[in-house]
Ligand binder design. Structure first.
Ligand SMILES: Nc1ncnc2c1ncn2[C@@H]1O[C@H](COP(=O)(O)OP(=O)(O)OP(=O)(O)O)[C@@H](O)[C@H]1O
Ligand SMILES: [Mg+2]
Length: 727
């Protein structure tokens, strides 16, 4: 069906079809048509289960336009990852904004729920952000809300992040039973069951606009089921990954390689760069060298990790993982989109939802180490997601996804486990004790339940209740409630159940109840101490389940053990001794705390990378989480009247990564930790000193230009006159 026709059918203005035509979209794909004719325009909910690259987003876009322009309502678009939120934001804005529709995004700031978010026709939220907003039940959230799109709905089955989405959807359905949901996924084995749970129709399709062949590489040969194997020219001479990459790049394709660790992403990129460079045109080499030089010239955030990136970039090869700073990750994605980069080696950071021009995807590692199970096979669903990055419409004429077998037995294993296997059925993960406790408090704090009997009633709306024995859930809920009552998060009087101030605060801060208990008890202990070191505060937050730990290797152990022994008595919480349970975890907490201490002592990012193995991307996340947990600590200290004035100062220092004396400077625009230190050493120690400075002198300092110097002095003057009055 023609796009203009469907727009007419939906009552959409003519610019809609025009905009799509400009994007090269003229006709709807069959599952798109089926979805749009399934009753969604009358407000019925839908689960759309269709292969990767089948254009599920377009269905959501047209429906959101219908909601905004015909029904006069608002839509919320939920995504699992911040990176994906950013990509959708950009693309929706290009499409909607020129025509007066407002697109918004909100992914951070857990305890704020701004009413201005209600002014967007389309609001993009991560699942966690939406859940935290729902907990506060702000009146504006549902005002005019007609549609919630749930992208990558198979996330429901993720052991870590699934429960949040499950609770969010249960709460939405409870609050607004008629609210329209549009759930999208390429990889759900049981779409009908999910649709049944959501009160939705299901449209299931196996249509893929660009053919995707899935095969296996073994002994120099490429085998796709049902086709004769093809001998690769390079097969005998090079190792498999190199042979596969060269084969595709020679034919004008680009290659995306998935590996299981960051280290192997870097190693693979290094190796591939020795072979691919010769295939670039002169212009491509020049452009890539320019990008590398751009990274080399940066003031902050450059480490040997990025230097390593600049070494392979000019050969048309790069790596991509969460350790890289966000700016460099974006630069790499951009260069791959522009087809300058030929091969990109990545961990799972690019596995789901993204559109990249990869003709060939190589999933090199199908085993991954995880601390719970050791080394194990990745889920089939994940394989299909990665494979589906190959062959995207408008970017490549076909796609290939290739696994590498190590021996003959593995060929059969890979075929049956991945190539020929459908994705797993989605199973609720809500029974995990930690997740249940977190959400039970959320549900009580949001006042979804006010009486004891409401608790099983609320949880009967979950997918878990549909799939598993309710007795198991009921018992876990009873245990959870007892814990929440004993620790003072909730009160129970007769049949009535209600959140305490502590419970409300914890739910709003969006921290785990265990985190709140650790902070409360640790801060009480801190208050009793005469000596309170920053590292003890950092260890306290690192001891909570909400803090991600720095990676630790066995090489770190002796030094950490020695440090932990020496520092005994420093900590605000009880810690295990050598040989006791939890000792290794304790050392990881200590290492994380050490990183934060070094950060506020102004160690450079390079030093932190070399000494602790934390890349700038990791550092950024750790700092962000530490900021949130220190803020939580400040609020909890207030609630329990624990006077700890250094907490707020520590929080500001963590935010900027500076010693105390630089705090007055870093809050000025354009001044980060590096420039603040330069100013300080040059004698400009606060805004007052700067306000009397000669911009010409400041412009001479390293990393300062005339423009920055002038705006800086002006800002300092405004700052000072705001305090002391003009003159
Ligand atoms: N009818 C169409 N004709 C041509 N191109 C289309 C059409 N519909 C969508 N596309 C393009 O196809 C590409 C893939 O679409 P989209 O990202 O929505 O896939 P998806 O179904 O969400 O896949 P995934 O499951 O991998 O997220 C986009 O670049 C989109 O612009
Ligand atoms: Mg998608």
């Amino acid at each position: 069906m023609d796009i203009a026709e469907i727009c007419k059918l939906l009552g959409l203005p003519t610019w809609v079809a025009e905009s799509y035509r400009k994007r090269g979209i003229g006709k709807l794909y069959p599952p798109q048509e089926a979805a749009l004719k399934s009753g969604v325009t009358e407000g019925r909910s839908l689960v759309l289960a269709a292969p990767t690259a089948s254009g599920k987003t377009l269905v959501a876009e047209l429906l959101m336009l219908h909601v905004a322009l015909v029904r006069g309502g608002r839509s919320v678009y939920l995504v699992p990852l911040r990176a994906l939120a950013g990509e959708k934001f950009q693309s929706f804005r290009e499409l909607f904004s020129p025509h007066g529709l407002k697109v918004g995004i909100s992914t951070g700031d857990f305890d704020r729920a701004d009413p201005h978010l209600a002014s967007y026709d389309v609001l993009i939220l991560t699942n966690e952000r939406a859940d935290s907003i729902m907990r506060q039940r702000p009146g504006w959230f549902f005002r005019g809300l007609e549609l919630v799109v749930v992208d990558e709905v198979h996330l429901l089955g993720d052991p870590y992040r699934g429960p949040t989405l499950e609770i969010l959807l249960s709460a939405l359905r409870r609050e607004r039973p008629g609210l329209q949901l549009l759930a999208l996924s390429a990889t759900v084995g049981n779409p009908e069951e999910i649709a049944g749970w959501l009160g939705a129709e299901a449209v299931v399709s196996d249509f893929r606009p660009v053919p995707l062949r899935k095969g296996i590489f073994w002994e120099g040969r490429l085998c796709f089921p049902g086709e004769p194997p093809r001998e690769l020219e390079e097969g005998g001479r090079h190792e498999p990954l190199v042979a596969l990459a060269l084969d595709s790049v020679r034919e004008g394709g680009q290659v995306l390689v998935f590996v299981s660790t960051r280290r192997s992403a870097q190693a693979a990129a290094r190796k591939l760069s020795r072979h691919v460079g010769g295939l670039l045109t002169e212009r491509e080499s020049r452009e890539l060298s320019r990008l590398a030089a751009e990274i080399q010239g940066e003031v902050e955030g450059k480490t040997s990790l990025s230097v390593e990136l600049t070494k392979c970039l000019p050969s048309g090869v790069a790596f991509h993982h969460a350790g890289l700073p966000a700016g460099h990750r974006r630069l790499v994605e951009e260069a791959f989109r522009k087809r300058l980069l030929k091969v990109l080696c990545t961990t799972t950071t690019l596995a789901a939802g993204v559109n990249l021009p990869a003709r060939r995807v190589v999933v090199r590692d199908v085993r991954r180490y995880d601390p719970l199970h050791g080394s194990s096979y990745i889920p089939t669903l994940e394989y299909h997601q990665m494979a589906g990055r190959a062959g995207r419409p408008g970017l490549d004429p076909y796609g290939e996804a290739i696994l590498i077998a190590k021996n003959e037995e593995e060929v059969g294993e890979l075929l049956s486990r991945y190539v020929l296997a459908p994705p797993e059925e989605i199973r609720s993960q809500l029974a995990q004790e930690g997740a249940l406790l977190f959400h039970l408090l959320g549900v009580i704090a949001a006042r979804y339940v006010r009486a004891l009997r409401d608790i099983p009633a609320f949880f009967s709306l979950t997918l878990f209740a549909r799939q598993f024995d309710p007795g198991e859930l009921a018992e876990a809920l009873r245990r959870g409630l007892r814990y929440l009552e004993v620790e003072g998060f909730v009160g129970v009087e007769g049949e009535r159940v209600f959140p305490t101030d502590f419970g409300m605060l914890t739910a709003r801060l969006y921290i785990h109840p265990l985190t709140a208990v650790i902070l409360r008890d640790g801060l009480r202990e801190a208050r009793r101490r005469e000596d309170r070191l920053p590292i003890a505060f950092f260890h306290l937050i690192a001891a909570t389940p909400d803090m991600e730990h720095v990676r630790m290797s066995s090489r770190d152990l002796p030094e950490l053990e020695a440090f932990a022994e020496e520092a005994e008595g420093t900590w605000f919480v009880e810690t295990p001794s050598f040989g006791e349970r939890g000792f290794r975890r304790f050392l990881a907490e200590v290492k994380t705390a050490q990183v934060l201490v070094n950060w506020i002592e102004e160690k450079t990012e390079e030093e932190l990378y070399i000494d602790f193995g934390v890349g700038p991307g990791d550092l950024h996340r750790i700092v962000e989480t530490a900021d949130w947990l220190l803020y939580s600590a400040v609020r909890i200290a207030e609630l329990f009247h624990l006077r700890l004035p250094e907490l707020s100062r520590l929080r500001r220092r963590v935010r900027y990564g500076v010693r105390e004396e630089l705090l007055p400077l870093v809050e000025l625009k354009g001044i980060g930790r590096v420039r603040a230190r330069i100013l300080y050493e040059a004698g400009y120690r606060d805004p007052f000193a700067l306000s009397k400075a000669d911009p010409g002198e400041i412009a001479k300092l390293p990393h300062f230009g005339t423009k920055l110097a002038e705006s800086l002095v002006q800002e300092a003057r405004d700052h000072v006159s705001a305090y002391y009055g003009p003159g």
